[in-house]
Design a protein around this ligand. Sequence first.
Ligand SMILES: Nc1ncnc2c1ncn2[C@@H]1O[C@H](COP(=O)(O)OP(=O)(O)O)[C@@H](O)[C@H]1O
Ligand SMILES: [Mg+2]
Length: 363
Amino acid sequence: MTDPVTTPRLEIRNITRVFEGREVVSDVSLTVMPGQVTCLLGPSGCGKSTTLRIIAGVDMQDTGEIYVDGNLVCDTQFRVPPERRSIGLMFQDFALFPHLSVEDNVAFGIKGDKSNKRARVRELLEKVDLLRAIDKYPHELSGGEQQRIALARALAPRPSIMLMDEPFSGLDERLKDDIRDSTLDVLKAENTAVLLVTHEPHEAMRMADEIALMRDGKIVQQGAPYNIYNAPVDRQAAAFFSDINVIRGTVRNMAVTTAFGEFLCPPRPDGTEVEIVIRPQHLRIDFDRDGRGPNPTPQDGAPARAIVERARFMGRESLVEFRMDFDGSMLKATVPSVFLPKTGTPMWLMMRRDRCFVFPVAS
Ligand SMILES: Nc1ncnc2c1ncn2[C@@H]1O[C@H](COP(=O)(O)OP(=O)(O)O)[C@@H](O)[C@H]1O
Ligand SMILES: [Mg+2]
């Protein structure tokens, strides 16, 4: 007996897919628990859709296994056909059947008698707040409404797991966040497990319980959005979520000397090239007081003097670029609301030590 609470709705183990001699998906393993949204996040071309197509059963892996609710649905010999995998699909072009009414579109995949079907359709249309559109046809609906109908249609047969491939990318930018939130509400209310593919970090952060960060066919990091953002595995992982500053240095006596004083890098031997990474919003800015800056603190280390090179108003925040007195390098800082110092203004920067990541330079 498998325990429904601890058994993943979806588990894939060591999935690999080779196209024309190139490993497009490399040894990917993932689990999605009931009621959980896992985002497969990564740049275009990294192998996300291929992974999803394999899970859906429309493509076949070269190695690895797929389990739904603890049952093997596919390895390299055995294969449950796509329609019997209890998997719901929602892709970018969520084409509804144009000649069918909303009711018939949503009812399409439901088995059972007419009254059961009708009740399930009404229940879902209520959840997506479109019961009033039950007799309409797709062309009578807006893009956002069509998306909600497509969601209802995919959920109608009560799939164990929903696979969604960039499902919001065709929508108007202004509508996206609202639609993401309402989609999430519906998915949670149905207690479906979701594997959502996206290349947008903002979308992943907004929707995911768990993010699997993918690059060149591999999952490079997996965890809660908070952890992925605040403890990236490498410089690229940090850079995927925001602009970053990178300060390079060489380890001497277990420390790197920077404009902000010494950075301890304990386990690394002398001569190691390292990169200290900090996001622009984690640099603190202070004023110049006749050539002096703020006092050093244990949290922020020593301040460093810099000259404003450029300041730009970005709406919610301003982006200020600085040239460091120390070595002429450039650093960017974002500050909330409007703060637009003039070019040439001397200022002092501080780096929150707890927000810095130190990585060895990839050779
Ligand atoms: N059927 C195929 N034959 C050959 N190469 C493919 C095929 N499908 C995808 N690819 C290649 O595999 C890589 C990953 O594609 P894909 O999974 O669509 O990436 P993503 O969804 O992350 O943008 C790309 O380089 C793509 O060109
Ligand atoms: Mg894709």
